[in-house]
Design a binder for this molecule. Structure first.
Ligand code: ZN
Length: 193
């Protein structure tokens, strides 16, 4: 998918191997563990398992610092924010944007992922397309929503991305030099970096 950064060079490879796939049993499971050192937040590890033979895929994120219920907010203001801001989203995290009017709950897309804001918005567009198929009567509303998201993709809208994670495994990594724009809304002390 466009904008995805799951195997981005931002991460340091801790472990890479081909192992036995739990689904098809072939030695075709690509295992990758990446360490991400994120200013302000600390370290986290991305675990990625992909089987090219049967299509099995699993991603998980493990945050290594102090974990507490946490709300992270970031206002996306231009194209650089869209393209360079990374979202680390764990399985237990809700993502929403009040201005764009979407909400991804843990039950809907329960897999962990790392993506750019751009990649996140493409996921949202995919989801909107599936909604159109399911709820034909709401097509006009959904089309209007998609136009808004497409504008946001081009950096022409200011909007807030909010991550809410009861287990505190989800974070936002803004473009270099914009760390001060990240807002934490819960009673926590961010790890010292
Ligand atoms: Zn397999």
């Amino acid at each position: 998918m466009e904008g995805e950064a799951e195997f981005s060079p931002f991460g340091k490879v801790l472990y890479r191997a081909t192992e036995r796939c739990p689904i098809c049993g072939n030695t075709s499971l690509e295992v990758l563990e990446l360490l991400y050192q994120v200013p302000f937040f600390g370290n986290l590890i991305l675990y990625s398992y992909t089987c090219h033979l049967c299509g099995y895929r699993h991603v998980d994120i493990q945050y290594l610092e102090e974990k507490k219920w946490r709300v992270v907010k970031y206002v996306v203001e231009d194209e650089r924010d869209v393209v360079e801001t990374l979202v680390f989203r764990s399985k237990t995290c809700s993502i929403y944007s009040p201005e764009l009017g979407f909400s991804i709950d843990p039950g809907i897309m329960s897999e962990a992922f790392i993506t750019t804001v751009e990649g996140l918005l493409y996921r949202v567009l995919d989801y909107a397309d599936r909604m159109i198929v399911l709820y034909e009567s709401a097509t006009d509303k959904i089309e209007e929503f998609k136009r808004k998201v497409e504008e946001a993709l081009q950096g022409r809208l200011n909007f807030t991305v909010v991550l809410e994670d009861p287990l505190g495994n989800s974070i936002i990594k803004p473009p270099r030099g914009r760390e001060g724009k990240v807002v934490l809304e819960s009673l926590i002390t961010p790890s010292e970096i």
